[in-house]
Design a protein around this ligand. Structure first.
Ligand SMILES: Cc1cc2nc3c(=O)[nH]c(=O)nc-3n(C[C@H](O)[C@H](O)[C@H](O)COP(=O)(O)O)c2cc1C
Length: 322
């Protein structure tokens, strides 16, 4: 397996990152990915109820992960959330080595994180934002195409178009995200100039992920057309097609105001779709790659199948065949 600057930067064996996923990027999943040589990531809200204290939840998730692995793992911060200052305090106190940031300016928190010796990777969906992140002092960017599950960039750039342009524009390493589920996506990402990959949807359908069984089954049974983007006028979001996405599409079609859309969607919907027994009513963030995910496996096997497949793929490519 090729070692890249991402391996050096994060102190990991293979440049494979499990992305943050608000309700379901739990300690067991992160530790399994890190133990397999990649970088697991915890989300502060993982597994908690709406009324629970997110700061206490993050501390307990970090401690759980530390009890399960001695390898580095990361924490994902959606930088607009209200408790951000306290969350940063906790991850510094607990000695977390890597933070991935998303959905907001990296300029605000990167200096504090870097001062604490933490590696910072910021998620971007355009060259302009990637350049801004580099200027803010982040160590690497994660360039995410609109194939990805969850919130997408408003310009809807696909991974294959976004990644090489970001690579050309920056000198720091670039991680590709969106539409990667196996060794084919991994090799393609490296061919585009990325020095690593981040995957979300593939890691939902694993034994260690805390996602509700219905959500995992929804991914496994989805076909190539099983996901859609909703909320283009608010915050474009890709998820499994269900009663919820049909209703949002209908509201959009009727010309509902952003306030009306927000009132319908709310924060609880994503928890319902991902952690509760309410797949049809909830927001089940899911990437377009779901059609290629046909079974629930262990997170370590996701990493090792890419590592093993990479050497085979390289040998085949030398022969001029895949
Ligand atoms: C269920 C789900 C929840 C997500 N939540 C977050 C999040 O809270 N923060 C974040 O930065 N990215 C989030 N993402 C994006 C992932 O971290 C990752 O970048 C993305 O899933 C990669 O594309 P893929 O789904 O095609 O693998 C989420 C993705 C999914 C599927």
């Amino acid at each position: 397996m090729k070692r890249t600057r991402i391996c050096e930067l994060l102190g990991i064996e293979y440049p494979i990152i499990q992305g943050g996923m608000t309700w379901i990027a739990n300690a067991e999943l992160a530790a399994a990915v890190s133990n397999a040589g990649g970088l697991g990531t915890i989300s502060p809200n993982a597994g908690m109820r709406l009324e629970d204290d997110v700061v206490a939840n993050l501390r307990s998730q970090i401690r759980k992960a530390k009890s399960l692995t001695d390898k580095p793992f990361g924490v994902n911060l959606v930088v607009q959330i209200p408790d951000i200052e306290d969350l940063i305090g906790v991850l510094i106190e607990e000695g977390v080595k890597v933070v991935t940031t998303a959905a907001g300016s990296p300029a605000r928190y990167t200096p504090r994180l870097k001062e604490a010796g933490i590696r910072v990777l910021h998620l971007v969906a355009s060259v302009r934002h990637a350049k801004g992140a580099e200027k803010s002092g982040v160590d690497a960017v994660i360039a995410e195409g609109y194939e990805a599950g969850g919130h997408n960039g408003i310009d809807e750039l696909p991974t294959i178009v976004l990644v090489p342009q970001v690579v050309d524009a920056l000198s720091i390493p670039v991680v590709a995200a969106g539409g990667i589920a196996d060794v084919r996506g991994f090799v393609a990402a490296l061919a585009l100039g990325a020095e690593g990959v981040q995957m979300g949807t593939r890691f939902v359908a694993t034994h260690e992920c805390i996602a509700h069984q219905n959500f995992k089954d929804g991914i496994v049974t989805a076909t190539d057309t099983g996901t859609m983007i909703t909320g283009r006028r608010l915050a474009p979001t890709r998820g499994l097609k269900n009663e919820f996405t049909a209703k949002v599409a209908e509201l959009d079609h009727r010309g509902a105001t952003p306030e009306e859309l927000l009132a319908f969607i709310g924060i609880a919907r994503s928890r319902m779709g991902q952690l509760e027994d309410k797949l049809e009513e909830g927001e089940a963030y899911c990437g377009a790659i779901a059609g290629m995910i046909n079974e629930i496996v262990s997170a370590g096997d996701v990493v090792s199948s890419i590592v093993e497949g990479y050497d085979r793929a390289m040998a085949s490519l030398k022969e001029g065949v895949w």
